[in-house]
Design a protein around this ligand. Structure first.
Ligand code: HSE
Length: 431
């Protein structure tokens, strides 16, 4: 009997941080997979062949076109690390699946925006489409929902899914620094992209929570239905005032299922200081999963970085090598439930409202009268002079109230003569 190990030929498209990390790992540990077999990278593709990289690619077959790599007879498994929801990444993944090649990707935008059609292609071809690295980098959220939670009914997932935003918010608080200042430093240090829009605008977290919602609830991913607000408007003043009230501001991504449908949201939200999400500082990612029978699960770990993310890609390659094939999401592509989005105006949450007012008699009475007229019930109230705030900040938290009522109250308060700018609304996380 031959003792030669089966060789798995892997084509890797995209040689940035994660791609280079993967090549390095596979060169050092080609026989890492528990099922046995040996992984050999046979071809690579990237935007620039000559760019300096931490790994030597001179011995690997170079492909200018990732589609050619994806469909090459020398590719058994296609690994897509190009990124982007469309363009070459989508073309190459589609080509690989149509050619009957298993695909492993770290591309959250692609899966969140085209997951259902790609799942249909993969399932028609009878090959796996795996994307553990797309959410929370090396921290295994995808496998947890896709595999470990199938014996339960998950009703909600919520957490911190963008390390860049978490880093910026943590630094603003610890250093008492403004958003723009910390962002510039994060870019200088290479933590934030030169175009940070996807991260700070909340879009990266929205892609990730869209994927988790599909896995958790067995519905087709529907990125277009996500409510998205980034951290660009978070002011140091609010970070300080929220802390005085016992909260920390985090960019919270959540997906909830109710009889009305599914709500997928990303908002800067207040978490109680003692809550694990408030404690997850720096660039950490964290996630709560709430199952009806299992109860609450909490995971926390790195959501980016070469080593952790490449480890997640490698774990997916190892899965391919077992030969197992599951539905890409929680049900076969043709049987995914339609995603019925809940009307955001009906959302009920507790809120933090911060006003900047002129320091004159009768202002607080006018504010509370306006809130009473709108039907908003106040939970706590704080007036705190802050140097250089340009007015007197008043902060209040509300009892749980419908979003439409809150917006009405904000609109009315904005019109009060003593109110200097549009009141700032932040939600208190339901965690
Ligand atoms: N840019 C992401 C983050 C990592 O800051 O969390 C990759 O998904």
């Amino acid at each position: 009997m031959s003792t030669a190990q089966k060789q798995w030929k892997v084509g890797v498209a995209g040689l940035g941080t994660v791609g280079s990390g993967l090549l390095k790992f596979l060169a050092e540990r080609p026989d890492f997979a528990p099922a046995g077999g040996r992984v050999v990278v046979t071809g690579v593709s990237a935007r620039s062949r000559s760019r300096a990289r931490p790994v030597d690619i001179s011995a690997l077959t170079w492909f200018d076109d990732p589609v050619a790599l994806a469909t090459s007879p020398e590719t058994d498994v296609f690994v897509e690390l190009i990124g982007g929801s469309d363009g070459p990444a989508k073309a190459a993944v589609e080509a690989a699946l149509k050619a009957g090649k298993p695909v492993v990707t770290a591309n959250k935008a692609l899966i969140a925006e085209h997951g259902a059609e790609l799942a249909a292609l993969a399932e028609a071809a009878g090959v796996p489409l795996l994307f553990e690295a797309a959410v929370m980098g090396g921290t295994p959220a995808v496998k947890m929902l896709r595999e470990a939670m199938v014996g339960d009914d998950v009703d909600s997932v919520a957490g911190i899914l963008n390390g860049t935003c978490n880093f910026i918010l943590s630094e603003m608080e610890s250093g008492g620094r403004a958003f723009g200042d910390v962002l510039a430093e994060a870019q200088r240090l290479g933590y934030a992209e030169s175009d940070p829009t996807m991260d700070i605008g909340g879009f990266d977290a929205a892609h990730k929570i869209t994927i988790l919602a599909a896995l958790a609830f067995g519905c087709a991913p529907n990125y277009a239905a996500a409510e998205i607000e980034g951290i660009e408007q978070v002011e140091l003043l609010d970070i300080k005032l929220a802390k005085d009230l016992g909260y920390r501001i985090k960019l919270v991504a959540s997906a909830d299922r109710s009889p009305d449908g599914v709500a997928v949201r990303v908002h800067p939200s207040l978490a109680p200081l003692s809550h694990p999400l408030a404690q997850a500082g720096g660039a950490l990612n964290a996630l709560f999963i709430e199952g009806r029978r299992i109860g609450r699960i909490y995971i926390q770990g790195p959501g980016a970085g070469s080593g952790p993310t490449a480890a997640a890609v490698a774990a997916d390659i190892a899965d391919v090598m077992t030969g197992a094939i599951r539905p890409v999401f929680q049900a076969p592509a043709g049987k995914l439930k339609p995603f019925v989005a809940v009307d955001p105006s009906r959302r009920v949450s507790k809120a933090y409202i911060r006003l900047l007012v002129k320091d004159q008699p009768g202002v607080i009475a006018a504010v509370s009268e306006t809130l009473a007229e709108s039907g908003v019930s106040i939970d706590s109230f704080l007036q705190k002079p802050v140097e250089d705030a340009g007015g007197v900040p008043i902060v209040l938290t509300t009892h749980a109230i419908a979003e439409s009522v809150l917006i009405d109250a904000i609109n009315r308060m904005e019109k009060l003569p003593a109110v200097l700018e549009r009141p700032r609304l932040l939600r208190i996380a339901r965690i």
